[in-house]
Design a protein around this ligand. Structure first.
Ligand code: CP3
Length: 360
């Protein structure tokens, strides 16, 4: 497989057989709608990634954004984890920075670091450089990947976008940040500039999601990965109205995910999402109580646990399942992305465990 290069149209990368699990499996979509399921569905954020040797082999030294721009390669990377284990959903191989790169933001993704923006946005003139996203023109490869995937998959395909705050943080900080200090400074000191920035980014997220739906994704996840850095009052005032614009009246079920959001859960719920994605810092049953029974919930095993012995993974997973208590509307996942050092076998056994222990 390492001999296959991106954009090589002569050798199709897609092999159908290994991603079919018999009948079409829609327990993931049923769970998002809080309908009864035969087993609790399971998928993993970052299920395509460096923990898979075949991923490392196929990616090689190729830049991740370049890999994403090659639909046949992105299809293959999306399918790899599904060949390894009977996951109940696939997630398009892409990145939250893709639509920003597509409108001309100078972003790179540094291995081991994350997105880096060379010319960060610090004022109104920076915001003015952002333009509207025209998905069919600016990112046709992303939509082509989805169309190709839908022909191969027997499980639902998830599209996704970064939420306005998380995107803003990369654009303003210029890279990953612990304290998000510059982003918060812009939010507090220049509210007019901040709301223009959020206007632009929520429009990009929304167009990106709608285009993916049109291309064939059956559910979407909005990643507000870094929103847990905000106080509830700042979230309510400076972020929530724009998240609402992204999520309102989407044509497919949506998952609204954030990290470290224990105190923001009701505000996030009010902003939208058929399901709320939670991390491991909050107990699943307590989080669900806060969110309310009229929403589905996704989570929430600590990804770090999955790097250790199976006995510990099993214990952690069983606690999550116990707290979910087979209520309709639970999608099993990790609380954040799979870590690169995770043994593949742990995830394979985890999928089987969830399916076996939740058979209704
Ligand atoms: O399998 C999947 O989940 C689909 C692929 C996916 C990627 N990025 C591919 C990727 C998804 C859903 C994302 C979303 C994403 N990207 C988020 C939101 C999810 C989250 O983790 O909170 C964020 C914050 C980003 C930005 C980003 N891109 C980071 C922080 C990194 C990690 C940098 C590193 O090397 O650790 C990336 C790079 C990236 N995006 C990788 C993958 C598989 C790893 C890079 C590699 O394989 O070399």
């Amino acid at each position: 497989m390492s001999s296959v290069t991106s954009g090589d149209g002569r050798r199709p990368l897609v092999r159908i057989s290994s991603v079919s699990w018999g009948a079409v499996d829609d327990r993931f979509l049923r769970a998002l709608r809080r309908e009864p399921v035969d087993r609790t569905p399971v998928w993993f954020m970052r299920q395509a990634g460096r923990y898979l040797p075949e991923y490392r082999e196929l990616r090689g030294d190729r830049d991740i954004l370049e890999a994403i721009r090659a639909p046949e390669l992105a299809v293959e990377l999306t399918l790899q984890p599904l060949r390894r284990m009977p996951l109940d959903a696939a997630i398009v191989f892409a990145d939250i920075m893709v639509p920003l790169a597509a409108i001309g933001v100078p972003v790179r993704i540094e291995p081991g670091i994350g997105p880096v923006v060379d010319d960060p946005i610090r004022d109104a003139s920076g915001v003015a450089r952002l333009r509207a996203l025209e998905p069919e023109v600016d990112e046709p490869f992303a939509l082509e990947t989805i169309r190709l995937l839908r022909k191969e998959l027997r499980v639902p395909l998830i599209g996704f976008a970064g939420a306005p705050f998380t995107l803003a943080s990369y654009l303003v900080q210029g890279g990953p940040s612990r304290d998000h200090a510059r982003t918060k400074a812009l939010m507090h000191d220049e509210p007019g500039t901040w709301s223009s920035l959020m206007d632009a980014l929520s429009a990009v997220s929304r167009s990106h999601l709608l285009a993916q739906v049109e291309a064939g994704v059956q559910a979407v996840q909005l990643f507000d990965s870094w929103v847990g850095a905000l106080s509830p009052s700042d979230y309510a005032r400076s972020v929530q109205p724009w998240v609402e614009r992204v999520l309102v009246d989407l044509p497919v079920p949506s998952i609204h995910f954030g990290v470290g959001t224990g105190e923001l859960l009701t505000l996030m719920r009010d902003a939208g999402g058929d399901a709320i994605g939670i991390d491991w810092r909050v107990l699943l049953d307590r989080a669900w109580e806060r969110i309310g029974a009229d929403r589905a919930i996704q989570g929430n095993l600590d990804p770090a646990i999955c790097t250790g012995s199976w006995e510990v993974v099993e214990r952690g997973a069983l606690e999550v399942l116990e707290r979910a208590a087979r209520r309709d509307g639970h999608v099993f996942n990790l609380g954040h992305g799979v870590l690169p050092q995770t043994p593949v076998e742990n995830l394979q056994r985890l999928v089987d465990l969830v399916h076996e222990r939740t058979a209704r």
